[in-house]
Design a protein around this ligand. Structure first.
Ligand SMILES: CC(C)(COP(=O)(O)OP(=O)(O)OC[C@H]1O[C@@H](n2cnc3c(N)ncnc32)[C@H](O)[C@@H]1OP(=O)(O)O)[C@@H](O)C(=O)NCCC(=O)NCCS
Length: 286
């Protein structure tokens, strides 16, 4: 089981436009500044309970879209998040053929929840009145007895499986239809627990919060977590042409056209090899 990436990044409210953050970065420069940094990864925790002020500053654009304080929490997904993942996926992916189906989510969140992560935001019922987000109704209470009714609402997710192939294949994208009855690890489709490649199948940011840096944040945090956990040698994904440069900026290499026919094909193979990447990684500041 992976350690939850318990973020304390929102314990201090992110700086608003015009203010200067703790690392000297103005809030309105957050995304570009992040891109220009040579560290490759955000400063993710080595253990729970550490502050993530650099992420904090970089996510000021998210704060600017919200009428309440943004207190994000990164944690592994569980099967109880199934409804929220489905809603988020359907809202984020315009092309229905590119979406992960509910049943596939159920399979992945059952087979390997420890490598599937979500970004959650605490939202109070009165905040929901001012900021309608469709993952609120499917969310869970932050604490069952919490008097203010705060709920932990999914705003972004990464859903993955492991494979022994170096790139994402149709077999890795698939799943055994009888998975509820089948003994885990007995199918050539879907998650291979002994595989050394983490295949990211679904990256989605809620449409109301896209282009604020949240996608980069969750990918970088996720990559660093997988890399430091040591259970994989690389991360792989497939993407359409328009996102190749997006992933290249995040450290992935473009391996050419993918043979995957999922959703009609036309995909590119993107791979980030941790061995090669490690050489360029600075020491993680905690
Ligand atoms: C792709 C996605 C995960 C990026 O997350 P995000 O938080 O919106 O993006 P970030 O703020 O981290 O980065 C923004 C950059 O993403 C890229 N980008 C995002 N969506 C894009 C699109 N539809 N077309 C082209 N570029 C896009 C651009 O480079 C953009 O730069 P800009 O803000 O200067 O325009 C998010 O937009 C999303 O969920 N999209 C729908 C689902 C999807 O396509 N997932 C990826 C499958 S491989």
């Amino acid at each position: 089981m992976l350690d939850p990436i318990t973020q304390e990044l929102a314990k201090d409210k992110p700086p608003v436009d015009g203010e200067t953050g703790e690392n000297g970065t103005a809030a309105d420069e957050d995304s570009d500044d992040w891109e220009d940094q040579d560290d490759g990864f955000v400063d993710v925790k080595a253990s729970a309970g550490l502050h993530h002020r650099n992420i904090d500053n970089r996510l000021a654009s998210v704060q600017n879209r919200l009428p309440f304080s943004f207190h994000p929490n990164f944690r592994p997904l569980t099967i109880s998040d199934l409804d929220s993942c489905e809603v988020l996926e359907n809202g984020a992916f315009e092309n229905p053929a590119h979406r992960c189906t509910r049943e596939k989510f159920e399979y992945r969140l059952t087979a390997c929840p420890e490598i599937c992560f979500g970004v959650f935001c605490t939202i109070l019922p009165e905040d929901f009145e001012r900021f309608q987000i469709d993952t609120f109704p499917t969310s869970h209470a932050v604490e069952t007895r919490r008097e203010n009714g705060g709920r932990s609402v999914l705003v972004a997710h990464i859903v993955a499986t492991k494979s022994d192939e170096a790139v994402v294949t149709d077999a890795a994208m698939g799943y055994p239809r009888d998975f509820r009855a089948r003994t885990p690890g007995t199918s050539l489709l879907g998650h291979d627990d002994t595989g050394r490649t983490v295949c990211i199948h679904s990256l989605a940011v809620h449409p109301r919060l896209q282009s604020c840096g949240l996608g980069k944040c969750i990918v970088k945090s996720y990559l660093q977590h997988v890399q430091s956990s040591g259970f994989a040698d690389r991360c792989a994904l497939i993407c359409q042409d328009y996102l190749v440069s997006y992933y290249e900026k995040l450290g992935f290499s473009h391996m050419g056209p993918s043979s995957a026919g999922f959703g009609g094909g036309g995909w590119n193979d993107m791979v980030l090899d941790f061995d090669r990447f490690h050489m360029h990684m600075p020491e993680i500041k905690i």
